[in-house]
Design a protein around this ligand. Sequence first.
Ligand code: DC
Length: 234
Amino acid sequence: MSKTIRIAIDGPAGAGKSTIAKYLSKKLGFVYIDTGAMYRATGLFMVRKKIALENENEVVASMDGVGIVLRHDGADGTQQIFLNGEDVSKQIRTEEVGKAASVISAYPQVRAKLTAQQQKLASEESVVMDGRDIGTVVLPEAELKIFLTASARARARRRFLELREKGVAAELSEIERDMEERDKRDSERSAAPLKQAEDAILLDSSDLTIDEVVERIEGLLQEKGLLAEKAAEA
Ligand code: DC
């Protein structure tokens, strides 16, 4: 039986996790799992149902109505996310939904449901999974753990350019402030906070290109003999 390989990428908002994870999974032929998208879809559900996000009991009580399915396109490494049968891949990318995701992701019962789903997905295939608690909670036995970070300024600038490309008007200083607020909430919550796992490798992407970050990760995989293993199987 072939051994599956799990790569965990954690870090704050805007560090480049999803870009790197997508690129890497495509290159390695692994499945990309964007766990933030699952929290965002859950946040979108709560926003649409007009559930008071600060009310933990109400949020938890409505979790039974949340059905999330990830669909992967093997050819180009893209992922679509479905909320109760509806493709919400685009709708989850707003700042409002990002904030909602950050608020409801602090609730242990919300996390328990999504964590179980993420662990099941990773038990089936080789994955690159990104999020906040992948190396610490979801996949503590991952073969490679990366903690990807960048300066607050670099992260805000990336998000700003991303939004501008989509034609969304935004203020750099406002993005930086929102990001800091979100990182603070994600790091200070008691349930599975954003933190570097002890055995994770820290990569600062502030002054690195995507290719350079991917190259470093591939170098780490090689050092651990994981690429060779994959090649031997093929
Ligand atoms: O990575 P992102 O911006 O799409 O994530 C949205 C929010 O979801 C983020 O602010 C915190 C939460 N999240 C989490 O708590 N745990 C994860 N594994 C992934 C995301």
